[in-house]
Design a protein. Sequence first.
Length: 337
Amino acid sequence: MAIRALTQPTPPEDATETLLEFPDNRLLIDLCGEFDRNLAQIEHALDVHILRRGNQLAVMGAGDARQRAAEVLEGLYQKLEAGRGIDPGDIDGEIRMAPPEAEGGGRPGDQMELFQGGRVEIKTRKKLVEPRTDAQKAYVKALYANELAFGIGPAGTGKTYLAVAVGVNMFISGHVDRIILSRPAVEAGERLGFLPGDMKDKVDPYMQPLYDALNDFLPGKQVAKLIEEKRIEIAPLAFMRGRTLSNAFVVLDEAQNATSMQMKMFLTRLGEGSRMVVTGDRSQVDLPRGVTSGLRDAERILGDVSNIAFNYFTAKDVVRHPLVAAIIEAYDADTPA
């Protein structure tokens, strides 16, 4: 991409403008979006003003904001040049992320292609997944660099979604032979009673978020076939007892609802050639009163153990509807009388 960037005074104010020139007018149309909605999203988020002049975009505003807006526009244009589309989520992610670094240290050997130019991209069968915040980026790097990693933070921060994406990437690239996804079968504060059907019918409602993530990355028929062949397993945490999980990518979701004994049992299933990820939200423990969360115990006990990564998220990393972040912050700020 050939971009010419100029700064010049814009009377009557002291503000300056950065002028960006894009060689492909067709891609520039996609960059701007229908009725310039993409530009409007950037303007609103960064408090700048963007004008289109032929095949150029003039970015006006305060120095740092103007520079950041220019970096966002260049990053989005590079995605379009690579043949990818952009949606509001991509724009939000580009705005949140720090500019890509020239180097991508800490990358495991043959996963280098995932970290080109400082970017982190996870290839799956159906889509290319990119972290949308710096915390998500550090989390994904930790998943590739460590045999055991924890992702801890509020709902909507992508802990499980990114873990499953990395698992699918490692599976289709031959680094592991199977994917094992697990959750404690704990009801969220309400008694649902006995569920009809066989064992699969009874546990599937608890596992549905894991099915949803898998179906986002693999064609539905392929998911069904791999589950039938037991190359993908989705099972309650209780089913892990007595097993040694070798050459597998293993995810324990909603780990705050595992007891201390269950957590120890799960972590000691790790076998040769496997990766293990534990995700959870300490603010959403559904265990009976007086029962200690295994996630809290694991943080306390394993915090100083080498080769185990702990990654933390906050409301700023929420990538769902903006109201979700506001709701989380409001609940966090509320203290009982």
